[in-house]
Design a protein. Structure first.
Length: 404
């Protein structure tokens, strides 16, 4: 009987997965029924499907809990191939959640086990390259993309080709090579279409494709990309699709010479609506785009505030290349810049709330930023003010106000 329940649970998970990939409405009741049938004993048959779904809709805690549970069962059973698969999924889950140190640990463990098992290490190598790209190690990431595409062609592996095309596009975009990025994303869209996949779930590339098209001056393609992203969002609203749509609309409005004020308001509202701990890289990129739009509209104060916050959020998750880009945009504003010991607006807001005794989580919720960003801002506040504890904040802030 237990075997029958496990088999039925796996069948329900597979049915759900295939329907979603085909572009059909997500019947989450199939997942719920499958989980109920498991009775607390996760199925090895398609057991990762719930976690794949939760990853795709940015419910990171649920995905992590599911994968950790599955990994414990795999370890207890001595099933190393299953452990390898789960470690790879955990690496991806932490990557999109912005927990990059945790992602690196899972990816390294998957690589070590993959070497022992002779898996070919496609997924974990791609994840490592993606993490390199996020952290600004573009040469290493480019090499992974090129090697992956070459190997995918040799083996005739369409899945490997899709994920490495996405990486190649992101690396090119990050390097300022918009035309090269557009070519990679265009081919990626074609390969997804050839595979008959309406909803690629784990591949979230349309906002980057749109940004590349805008950078290359191909606004027709950018409009097509926006329509595709809007379709994915309408089919299943997710934090990354909501932020991606808002960010892309600001970029397109600016590229056409229109006043982006309405789009900027929508972008700010989208950031507020998305939980502070979700998709931190996407949230910070929204601030970067907002800062650039304000700068071009000669709204220096708004531009500086957005770009300083973007730089702080990028720094908090270790996105070095993006942080450098935000600081380069700051340098282009001109006018007054903060002195080395002067608090930025974000740092001052964080400091004052901390001085009131609020926890990092409470500050994060109040300012719609992540707890990691709060920690990074407080570290800079302590350094600039020459203090070491929160207890000293109130007095020091009072002295700073008196001096000014």
């Amino acid at each position: 009987m237990d075997g029958d329940r496990a088999l039925l649970a796996g069948a329900l998970f597979q049915l759900f997965f295939q329907e979603v990939r085909a572009g059909l409405p997500a019947r989450t009741e199939l997942l719920d029924r499958g989980l109920e049938l498991e009775g607390g004993r996760p199925s090895w048959l398609a057991g990762t499907v719930p976690a794949i779904w939760w990853k795709a809709i940015d419910e990171h805690d649920r995905a992590r809990e599911r994968l950790d549970t599955l990994l414990r069962h795999a370890v207890a059973a001595g099933d190393e191939p299953w452990q390898h698969e789960l470690l790879t999924h955990l690496g991806e889950a932490e990557l999109v959640a912005g927990r990059w140190d945790a992602a690196a640990r899972h990816i390294a463990a998957a690589r070590e086990l993959g070497e022992q098992l002779g898996t070919g290490m496609v997924g974990e190598t791609w994840l490592g390259g993606t993490l390199d790209a996020y952290r600004g190690r573009l040469a290493a990431a480019r090499q992974v993309a090129e090697d992956g595409l070459r190997r995918a062609d040799e083996l005739g592996d369409p899945w490997s080709r899709r994920i490495h095309l996405q990486l190649a596009g992101f690396v090119a975009l990050s390097a300022g090579q918009a035309g090269e990025a557009v070519a990679a994303y265009r081919e990626l869209v074609a390969t997804i279409g050839d595979a008959g996949i309406a909803e690629p779930l784990g591949q979230r590339f349309e906002p980057d494709w749109i940004e590349a098209c805008v950078g290359a001056g191909d606004l027709d393609a950018a409009t097509d990309g926006l329509a595709r992203l809007a379709e994915r969002h309408a089919r299943q609203p997710r934090p990354w699709t909501a932020l991606g749509l808002a960010r892309s609309r600001v970029l397109l409005a600016g590229a056409t010479g229109a006043d982006p004020s309405a789009e900027l308001a929508e972008l700010a509202a989208a950031r507020v609506a998305v939980p502070a701990g979700a998709v931190p890289l996407d949230r910070a990129r929204c601030l970067l785009v907002a800062g650039m739009a304000h700068r071009r509209a000669r709204r220096k104060r708004e531009a500086r505030t957005a770009l300083e916050a973007a730089a702080a959020e990028f720094a908090a998750i270790g996105a070095g290349a993006f942080e450098a880009r935000a600081r380069a945009e700051l340098a282009r504003i001109g006018g007054r810049t903060a002195a080395p010991t002067e608090l930025t607006p974000t740092e001052e807001r964080v400091a004052r709330l901390a001085a009131q005794g609020r926890t990092n989580r409470a500050i994060a919720d109040a300012l719609f930023i992540s707890p990691k960003t709060v920690e990074a801002n407080l570290a800079r506040v302590y350094r600039k003010l020459g203090i070491a504890t929160r207890a000293e904040l109130g007095a020091e802030l009072g002295r700073e106000a008196a001096r000014h």
